[in-house]
Write a protein that binds this ligand. Structure first.
Ligand code: UT7
Length: 331
């Protein structure tokens, strides 16, 4: 029997218009463009402004653009999976809300939460559904409104994050393209270093949790940095080795965009030149689930059918991993 692989056959994105620059941030907290550029590599990030706008609004816009671009109708979609740590609400899922907003009526779906590794986890989930043979058109949405959980009086976290949404169409292919290999990991002992303290069943929202600022991202940056550098590089190198990929063979590394120093360390360990690494952190910051697909969307026109691409991410949980895929189409 022919091997079925999940191939990305379309991609589109939604970016909020508002640009929060380092200059503006340095008027809000004790920071500077120099510090942020040297330590992280971000110049500006997009912020979703406007009353009543949520992750699903960005996701729905991305899906509408994707359906238009691929000329696929909402009725044809079998499954919609949404990767996010900033769902509109605990329930219903953001998948339900996006499906309603775009008119997807013949599908089922749900949300996947794996922080900055969410895109890898959702892509592999879609891959397995496609490989089952039962699903022909799957939409995955990677969307986060990080500004909803960022404390703009905390200089250690507020320069880092931005908002964005990307939607992808995933279809079966029997050609030698699509998802080839994956290494995905979790280690919950890392949960104390990057998390949201309150609002869940452990610590429901109260006046006290609000006063303590426990509905905002808490990160012990240095600890996360050290583990991120080693895990992301380890897993990307392992992916190259077990698929016999040399730095010359590889077309692109698409790393999660949390810190330019983590990206550069990963590329160095893989023996890659910077020209083969997709980097856009300077313009968008860390958009959590959306970073990797946002790169693929921006580079789409340069990608060619058969390009060998390694994705790698590390995030809260801890969660991390790598996916090796071959690009499925020429633009
Ligand atoms: O995406 C999910 C996974 N997350 C990550 O991968 C993020 C991993 N961590 C990081 O990227 C980095 O740890 C940060 C960017 C968060 C911080 O960079 P760092 O080089 O680890 O800085 P640090 O926390 O060690 O702080 C160094 C100094 C401190 O001052 P002192 O104690 O040396 O006087 C901080 O108070 O920099 C200070 N600092 C700042 N200064 C100006 C912290 N934030 C700022 C700021 N502006 N925004």
């Amino acid at each position: 029997m022919e091997k079925i692989r999940a191939a990305i056959t379309g991609i589109d994105a939604f970016l909020p218009e508002y640009r929060l620059t380092n200059e503006e941030l340095s008027r809000m907290v004790d920071t500077s463009d120099e510090w942020i550029m040297q330590r992280v590599g971000i110049k500006e990030r997009r912020i979703l402004k406007g009353e009543g706008l949520a992750t699903s609004d960005m996701g729905a816009e991305a899906v509408k653009k994707l359906l238009e671009k691929t000329q696929v109708s909402a009725d044809e979609i079998d499954l919609i999976l949404v990767a996010t740590v900033t769902p509109d609400m605990f329930f219903p899922s953001t998948a339900c809300i996006i499906a309603d907003k775009v008119g997807i009526k013949n599908a089922w779906g749900y949300d996947i939460s794996a922080a900055c590794s969410s895109f890898l986890f959702v892509l592999e989930t879609a891959n397995k559904f496609i490989q089952s043979g039962q699903y022909k058109k799957v939409i995955i949405v990677a969307a986060d409104k990080m500004s909803a959980i960022t404390d703009y009086s905390d200089r250690t976290t507020c320069p880092l994050f931005g908002d964005a949404a990307v939607a992808m169409l995933i279809e079966p292919s029997v050609e030698d393209v699509g998802v080839i290999d994956q290494i995905l990991q979790i280690d919950g002992s890392g949960r104390h270093y990057l998390y949201l303290k309150a609002g869940g069943s452990l610590k429901p929202s109260s006046l006290e949790t609000i006063e303590l600022g426990e509905h905002y991202i808490h990160q012990e940056g240095q600890t996360v940095f050290k583990v991120a550098v080693s895990k992301m590089a380890d897993v990307a190198v392992e992916m190259m080795e077990r698929n016999n990929i040399t730095p010359d063979d590889l077309s692109w590394l698409v790393p999660h965009q949390a810190n330019l120093r983590i990206i550069e360390a990963t590329a160095r360990r893989m023996g890659l030149n910077k020209e083969k690494v997709m980097i856009n952190i300077e313009r968008y910051g860390n958009t959590t689930a959306a970073t990797i697909p946002l790169c693929l969307w921006e580079w789409e026109k340069q990608l060619k059918k058969g390009d060998k691409i390694i994705l790698a991410a590390f995030g809260g949980g801890f969660t991390w991993g790598s996916i090796y895929l071959k690009w499925a189409y020429n633009s």
